[in-house]
Design a protein around this ligand. Structure first.
Ligand code: B16
Ligand code: MG
Length: 221
């Protein structure tokens, strides 16, 4: 059987936490007089905590002292973690758990490639931590998506080359990172937003039957 490295983003791909990031950032931004839309939020997906705050401040044409900036980062994460406390297995996105189990059965290597520093506790809380052979997250990388570092690090640790790797992503920055690494990019979300991906589905449940087998034969287009 062919093998490929299967690399999953976390927020918005494995678990429905992208909405929590959005609400936490929106509340924080409102507190400093900045308003931003759902469309603008797409630019924050997959982007590190520090870079997200920089973008929001740019949108609002505001600056903060280094101390205030640090305080806002803590505030956002505290708010986010409060929402994360309510996470249950019902928040694992439709079809993902099954997809991971099928990969396990086929003995395919699985990695997480996330910008989040909260990835490990979230996976543990959901009871799916052990399904991942390798975890690369915001605590391991120095360059944020769209830089391919996170995915290159993941495939490297799995012992695969980039051309034999497949990335599942819900963000524009993440799709660009996968493409920059010359990996197959599968978008989860709106095809208009994720048009740079090799293929896009609205959910894992929309993938055709035997999709894993066709992915095993697929080459980067
Ligand atoms: P944290 P992903 C990303 O996770 C989120 O999409 C993004 O909204 C968030 O700012 C970033 O993680 C950092 O997360 O504040 O928890 O460290 O989509 O790459 O799994
Ligand atoms: Mg994501």
């Amino acid at each position: 059987m062919n093998k490929k490295a299967f690399i999953f983003d976390l927020d918005g791909v494995v678990v429905d936490t992208a909405k929590f990031h959005f609400v936490a950032w929106q509340r924080l931004a409102a507190g400093i007089g900045i308003d931003f839309t759902h469309e603008e939020n797409e630019q924050l997906k997959g982007v590190s905590r520090v870079d997200s705050l920089k973008k929001i401040l740019q949108w609002g044409n505001k600056t903060l002292s280094p101390e205030e900036f640090e305080k806002k980062l803590v505030q956002k994460n505290t708010e986010y973690l409060t929402m994360v406390e309510s996470l249950t297995v019902a928040d694992i996105l439709p079809g993902v758990h099954d997809f991971l189990l099928q990969l396990k059965e086929l003995e395919q290597p699985i990695a997480l490639g996330s910008a989040s520093k909260n990835a490990r506790p979230i996976l543990k809380k959901l009871g799916i931590y052990d399904l991942f052979d390798v975890i690369v997250d915001g605590t391991n990388v120095t360059k944020a998506k769209p830089d391919p570092e996170v995915f290159l690090n993941a495939c490297d640790q799995l012992g695969y080359v980039a051309s034999q790797s497949i990335v599942f992503e819900d963000s524009v920055a993440g799709v660009q990172a996968a493409n920059a690494a010359s990996m197959i990019s599968i978008g989860l979300g709106d095809p208009k937003i994720l048009h740079e991906a090799d293929e896009v589905f609205d959910a894992f449940t929309s993938m055709p039957e035997n999709y894993i087998h066709s992915l095993l034969k697929k080459h980067k287009s």
